[in-house]
Write a protein that binds this ligand. Structure first.
Ligand code: FEO
Length: 396
């Protein structure tokens, strides 16, 4: 069901209430998501982005109720990833010659996905498109935020920034405006989205936001391509992004472990006790990586000053749930975080060194050599874990 955002701007997207995994199976979406497409009806009619292919028919049916498709003058493709471009194939069968505005990289990725040579109109930062009634769309390349083709556009007079993935959340809601939804839910989804998707590009986020703010354009609404639209104090999410992009930390230590026969779990709990005993102001959280959502763990690591990773030794290696988290954080490139490791062993005992080596390769500053416990930890071994926790707290 479409709705008006402001004046002649309408949301014509799809709410995907049922989605529980995004990016294949890589990203958990407990609250579903939305694929936001926008229709501007001025002297020229403009469609900004589409939706994921499984909703293509539904999208086009709904869009046809809002506007006769052959009166769409321009299509803006801010980003070629399938969740926003998936309906293009069906749509372009209906209106094949409609000019499609995108970046140079956009033409490559759209052609790469759909193998069609549509009427591409390449734009770069600062280019404008007049849409009548004195209004213009101004294009802003958002290269690597988060794909090479990513772009935003800004509608003058209405002062709306169509930011595409930036400032979005995987959050389906009946309300669709930031002032109408539960603020805790909203910000949980925002920080998860940032931590899991945008962390690798933090330096670019900071630079691009400063570039946009330097333009001194009034921003009344930020309309992202996922989740709710920011209309009340819209720059609050820009301020959050600046904070998150600059080596964000809370006074938190996350202990991420997996365990076979509960020994490494007991070590984790003893370490947590040691940290709390040394400094009650530190938030300590424990996560069994095989039972806890991977993206939520990444979000907690994003918030932490220090991360302790625990695994028993198995087959000269580490447990697979921990290996998966290590692979993930290697790609995300966290900065300015400390780490160490722990784990039980029976004979060869390689796990702790493997964990520390991998954390170092992932860019963490390693506090010490970690701690191991032979077989099932004794009271004395657990006391050593508490002392280890104290040392970590003092180095946090
Ligand atoms: Fe990069 Fe929402 O797609």
């Amino acid at each position: 069901m479409s709705f008006r955002i402001k004046n002649n701007i309408f949301w014509v997207g799809i709410k995907d209430w049922e989605l529980r995994k995004f990016h294949g199976n890589e990203y958990s979406t407990y609250r579903g998501t939305t694929y936001n497409s926008y229709l501007i009806k001025e002297e020229k009619n403009v469609l900004i982005d589409t939706v994921w292919a499984p909703f293509s028919k539904e999208f086009i049916d709904l869009l046809s109720k809002e506007i006769s498709l052959d009166t769409i003058d321009y299509i803006i493709t801010n980003h070629a990833e399938s969740d926003h471009s998936g309906a293009l194939l069906d749509l372009m069968k209906e209106i094949p010659d409609t000019p499609m505005y995108c970046t140079k990289n956009g033409t490559n990725s759209i052609k790469g996905h759909y193998h069609n040579d549509w009427n591409f109109q390449v734009v770069k930062t600062g280019d404008t498109l007049s849409i009548g009634n004195g209004k213009e769309l101004i294009f802003v390349e958002m290269r690597m935020l988060h794909w090479p083709d990513s772009m935003a556009c800004y509608l003058t007079k209405d002062n709306v920034l169509f930011s595409n993935d930036a400032f979005g959340q995987h959050y389906a809601s009946e309300f669709m405006f930031n002032d109408l939804v539960n603020q805790n839910e909203l910000y949980e989804e925002c920080i998860k989205y940032y931590a899991n998707i945008l962390t690798p590009f933090s330096m670019l986020v900071d630079k691009k936001i400063k570039e946009v703010l330097d333009l001194k354009i009034p921003i009344d609404i930020i309309a992202p391509s996922h989740g709710v639209i920011w209309r009340e104090n819209p720059t609050q999410i820009i301020e959050k992004y600046i904070t998150w992009a600059n080596n964000y930390q809370e006074n938190q230590i996350s202990i991420v472990y997996d365990t076979m026969w509960q020994g490494t779990r007991r070590m984790a709990e003893a370490i947590a006790k040691g940290i709390r005993g040394a400094d009650n102001n530190i938030t300590v959280k424990l996560f069994n990586a095989s039972k806890y959502d991977k993206n939520d763990i990444i979000t907690e690591i994003f918030k932490s000053k220090t991360v302790l990773m625990g695994s028993p030794t198995i087959g000269r290696g580490i447990l697979t749930s921990i290996a998966a988290i290590l692979e993930e954080i290697k790609g995300l490139g966290f900065k300015n975080k400390k780490a160490s490791s722990f784990g039980c062993y029976g004979w060869s005992g390689e796990s702790v060194k493997i964990l520390n080596d991998n954390l170092e390769k992932a860019g963490f500053s390693i506090i010490n050599d970690g701690i191991r416990a032979l077989w099932n930890p004794t009271d004395d071994a657990l006391k050593k874990c508490q002392d280890f926790g104290k040392e970590i707290a003092n180095n946090n």
